[in-house]
Design a protein around this ligand. Structure first.
Ligand SMILES: [Zn+2]
Length: 317
C-alpha cells in the first residue's frame, strides 16, 4: 500500500509558475494575505489611503504614514522581486530534507549571501510560528547532542558540557495509536532541571504525559504541570528499538541525516533555526499544497529580521 504522506498530491513547479510566476501575481497574493480586509495603516489603523504607484507605496489619508506591501514584515529591506522570494519559499517548503543556501543560490540566480540571508529569514518565520504552538497529549522526550555521538558516548558525556556539542531536546507527540502528530526540537543550554522546566513551560501543554529515559533533569516537566513516566533503557542499542521511544528516535535519526546530508556544516549558533525548519515541515506534512499560502500569511505577520541580527548568536529562545 502506498504511503499516503509520501504519495500525496504536492504542488508542482509548473503549478507554482502558473500561479506566482509574475511580480503582479505575487503582489496581489501577498496583499490579500497581509490585508484580507483591505489596506490598513500600520500607524493609525485607518483604511483610507491612496497609492503612490511609482514608488509602490500606500499613503494613509489620516496620518500620512507611507508603507509598502513588505514594510514591517520579514520581506522588508530587500530589493528582491517578490517572485524570487516566492520561489525560495516554494523550494524550501516543498523539499523534504531542506535545501542549502548554495543550492538556493543556483536555483534563484542570486548571490550566495543573498540566498543565505533569505534562507535564514524563512527559517526564522518557521521557528517563530512553531514556537507559538505547544505539544500536548502523550509526548516522547529525549536528549540529543548536535556534533557528538548519540549513543555510546552519551552516558558519560552527559553533564560535562563538552565542547563543539550543542544540546537540544527532541519531543514527539503521539496519538492513541502511537502515530506521531507533532514534534519540537529545541536547543537548550544544558540538560539541567532549570533548562528542561523552561523548555516545558514554553513548548508543552500542562497535563501532557511525558515519557523519557532516566535522565534526572527530565522530571522537571512535572513542575510544568505534566505527568512523567520514566523508562529505564540502559542506553544500549536495545533502547533505540524500545517502542515507547520509537518515534522520537526515528525523528532524531531523520533530522541528523537531513542536516548532515543537506548542509554538511552548520554553525552551532544557527542550529535552532535548522531544527525549527525540519519540525515545521514535519508538522505540516499533510498540507503540502497549502504550504506557500500558509507560510506567507505568517510571514507578513513576522517582524523584519535584519541580517545583522540573524548572524548574532541565538539566545536559545
Ligand atoms: Zn495612518
Amino acid at each position: 500500500m502506498k504511503n499516503t504522506i509520501q504519495f500525496q498530491k504536492g504542488y508542482s513547479l509548473s503549478e507554482f509558475f502558473n500561479q506566482y510566476g509574475t511580480e503582479d501575481q505575487c503582489h496581489k497574493a501577498l496583499f490579500d494575505w497581509r490585508w484580507p480586509e483591505g489596506y490598513i495603516c500600520s500607524e493609525c489603523g485607518s483604511t483610507r489611503h491612496c497609492c503612490l504607484k511609482a514608488r509602490k507605496l500606500y499613503q494613509c489619508n489620516h496620518c500620512h504614514h507611507q508603507g509598502s506591501l513588505t514594510s514591517g514584515t520579514i520581506f522588508s529591506s530587500t530589493n528582491l522581486p517578490l517572485t524570487t522570494w516566492f520561489l525560495a519559499i516554494h523550494l524550501i517548503t516543498q523539499s523534504k530534507t531542506g535545501i542549502a543556501a548554495l543550492e538556493l543560490k543556483r536555483q534563484l540566480g542570486v548571490s550566495y549571501n543573498t540566498a543565505w540571508g533569505m534562507k535564514q529569514k524563512i527559517m526564522q518565520v518557521m521557528k517563530e510560528r512553531d514556537d507559538s504552538k505547544v505539544l500536548s497529549g502523550k509526548i516522547q522526550l529525549d536528549d540529543v547532542y548536535w556534533g557528538g555521538e548519540r549513543r555510546g558516548l552519551k552516558a558519560h558525556k552527559r553533564g560535562r558540557g563538552s565542547a563543539n556539542k550543542t544540546p537540544f531536546v527532541a519531543a514527539v507527540a503521539v496519538n492513541k495509536e502511537g502515530h506521531p502528530i507533532r514534534m519540537n526540537m529545541c536547543v537548550i543550554k544544558g540538560f539541567r532541571s532549570k533548562e528542561i522546566l523552561k523548555w516545558a513551560r514554553r513548548h508543552i501543554a500542562p497535563d501532557s504525559m511525558v515519557i523519557s529515559d532516566g535522565l534526572p533533569c527530565f522530571s522537571a516537566v512535572k513542575e510544568a504541570g505534566c505527568s512523567h513516566a520514566t523508562i529505564i533503557t540502559g542506553g544500549g542499542p536495545e533502547s533505540v528499538t524500545h517502542q515507547e521511544f520509537t518515534w522520537v528516535n526515528t525523528m532524531i535519526g531523520n533530522v541528523k541525516n537531513a542536516l548532515v546530508g543537506t548542509y554538511h556544516a552548520i554553525n552551532h549558533k544557527h542550529l535552532p533555526r535548522y531544527l525549527a525548519e525540519f519540525c515545521y515541515r514535519f508538522n505540516r506534512r499533510f498540507q503540502l499544497e497549502d504550504m506557500l499560502p500558509r507560510f506567507c500569511y505568517v510571514a507578513t505577520r513576522t517582524p523584519p529580521m535584519p541580517l545583522r541580527l540573524l548572524t548574532l548568536a541565538e539566545n536559545y529562545g
